[in-house]
Design a protein around this ligand. Structure first.
Ligand SMILES: Cc1cc2nc3c(=O)[nH]c(=O)nc-3n(C[C@H](O)[C@H](O)[C@H](O)COP(=O)(O)OP(=O)(O)OC[C@H]3O[C@@H](n4cnc5c(N)ncnc54)[C@H](O)[C@@H]3O)c2cc1C
Length: 460
């Protein structure tokens, strides 16, 4: 049930950006987020045009007593960027991105999407490590850590974060970096939206160039056991330049997938070599020569093209459900469970990635940031998708049973891949020491838990 429109006394003149109420044109468009499984009706949406709007929105949140949901890219798996009867602070209009090629830094406002940041950095052959779907928000992704195609060479998004501008739960504007509010800077590098609303990020850019050797090699899914056993031994020797993701799914009807494979269950090892292409070809050769791949489209290509490869597989509006875990290694037992469950996939839209971790990510000290997956071997992001509610419950059960079967080997979980799974899972995703430190930060910056519609850290 939505709060009645009349009950919301909001001074619209206090905002530069639009204030959207239930019934207004655009209300439905702006309350919808990426995951179509959530159909929630906030009491009011403030579409911030700048920092002053964010400050005014936080103050309005305080004075009205409405719960507050924060939306940047809107890609929260559990749908935390929108809530029924809440104030939705929507940052998606704040899209400024400015790259300084001399200092090799990029400033990005909170509403920037990965693809928008990539476009600007790639104009100079630079990149900020981010994620694998271009319409994901820089903000939410970075605040949880940020894993992606060049992380093994260049670290997580937070490993290249220099500074943030943030509006606290009191509506105060602060900066956080290594010298100023260093405790807050530690917390925003993994602690999510618990400490305030970040209005702008400053990143170091890395020199990547504009081409990478990248793309999938495909085998029939029945061969997945052999492929995964070969793969785990092969990647054990991989240099940092190589990042891989293994995907099991029914092959989608996309231009880069040969027609004869469409709809057939396949396992793909998708590579991204962030370095010299010839060296990459040499390292990747044994993979493409293993068994009899049914297709191989691992080719030199623009980084921007590779970054967009998954976009058509995860469009907004479909119904999605995820459960995730880290594992130390791909043991025989884990491989057997993976093969067994992958062969049960029903929906042609279900596609789940297994992420190779390590490299530069693992070389940053555990206590340097709040992110807690640095020693993970692989991250399972078991996700199911259907076009509508039809078939969704069955696919969700498949996710749950697959995830439960892996339970004896769970090592941790990436906070950005968590669903709405409760306080214990959030603390598990940080581990006891980091969680304790995050709680102290929460107590200092948001003692009454104003920002609580999120992967919540309770104040100590
Ligand atoms: C299709 C898809 C692909 C993904 N790929 C990757 C990937 O490659 N790598 C990876 O690491 N993760 C990935 N993720 C997970 C992603 O990092 C998280 O879902 C992240 O929260 C999305 O950020 P957002 O800004 O789009 O989401 P939103 O839903 O807008 O925000 C999510 C949460 O972050 C907080 N938040 C958002 N903006 C702010 C802000 N400005 N200040 C303070 N708090 C804020 C709020 O608590 C909010 O509820 C992916 C998710 C999806 C749906």
């Amino acid at each position: 049930m939505s709060v009645s429109v009349d009950a919301i006394q909001i001074d619209e003149a206090a905002f530069r950006g639009p204030v959207v109420h239930p019934g207004d044109p655009g209300y439905d468009a702006h309350r919808m987020i990426w995951n179509g499984a959530f159909d929630r009706c906030p009491a009011v949406i403030v579409r911030c045009a700048g920092v002053s709007d964010v400050i005014a929105a936080v103050k309005f949140g305080r004075s009205s007593g409405l719960p507050v949901a924060v939306r940047s890219g809107g890609h929260s798996f559990p749908g935390f960027s929108v809530a029924d009867d809440a104030l939705m602070i929507d940052l998606s209009l704040m899209k400024g991105v400015r790259v300084d090629p001399e200092s090799r830094t990029a400033r990005v406002q909170a509403g920037g999407l990965l693809g928008e940041l990539d476009r600007e950095t790639q104009a100079f052959g630079l990149a900020v490590p981010s994620g694998i779907v271009t319409h994901t928000g820089v903000a939410g992704l970075t605040l949880g850590g940020g894993i992606g195609w060049i992380m093994r060479k260049h670290g997580l998004s937070i490993d290249q974060l220099v500074s943030v501008d943030l509006v606290t739960a009191n509506g105060e504007f602060v900066k956080a970096n290594a010298d100023e509010n260093a405790d807050l800077f530690w917390g925003v590098r993994g602690g999510g939206g618990n400490f305030g609303i970040v209005t702008e990020f400053e990143f170091r850019c890395v020199p990547l160039g504009t081409q990478v050797l990248a793309g999938p090699v495909f085998w029939p899914m029945e061969q997945s056991g052999d492929v995964l056993r070969f793969y785990r031994d092969w990647v054990a020797e991989a240099p940092d330049e190589l990042m891989t993701i293994v995907v099991h799914r029914k092959a989608p009807p996309l231009p880069f997938v040969p027609d004869e494979l469409h709809g057939k269950p396949v396992v793909m090892v998708i590579c991204c070599w962030a370095g010299d292409v010839e060296e990459g070809e040499t390292f990747i050769r044994p993979l493409r020569e293993f068994g009899s791949p049914v297709a191989d489209v691992c080719l030199p290509k623009p980084y921007l093209t590779h970054q967009a490869m998954f976009d058509p597989s995860f469009p907004p509006g479909r119904w999605y459900y995820f459960k995730s875990c880290d594992v130390a290694e791909l043991s025989d037992e884990i491989i057997d469970i993976t093969v067994e469950h992958s062969l049960q996939i029903k929906s042609p839209l279900t596609s789940f990635p297994i992420w190779q971790m390590g490299g530069a990510v693992a070389r940053v000290g555990d206590d340097e940031t709040a992110f807690n997956g640095r020693s993970a071997g692989f991250t399972y992001n078991i996700g199911a998708s259907t076009e509508t509610s039809e078939g969704f419950v069955e696919e969700r059960e498949w996710v749950r049973s697959f995830w439960s079967a892996l339970k004896p080997w769970h090592e941790g979980v990436y906070v950005n891949f968590l669903g709405d799974e409760g306080a214990e899972r959030v603390s598990q995703s940080y581990g006891p020491e980091e969680y304790y430190r995050l709680q102290a930060g929460k107590q200092k910056y948001d003692p009454d838990n104003f920002f609580r519609i999120n992967q919540n850290i309770s104040p100590s």
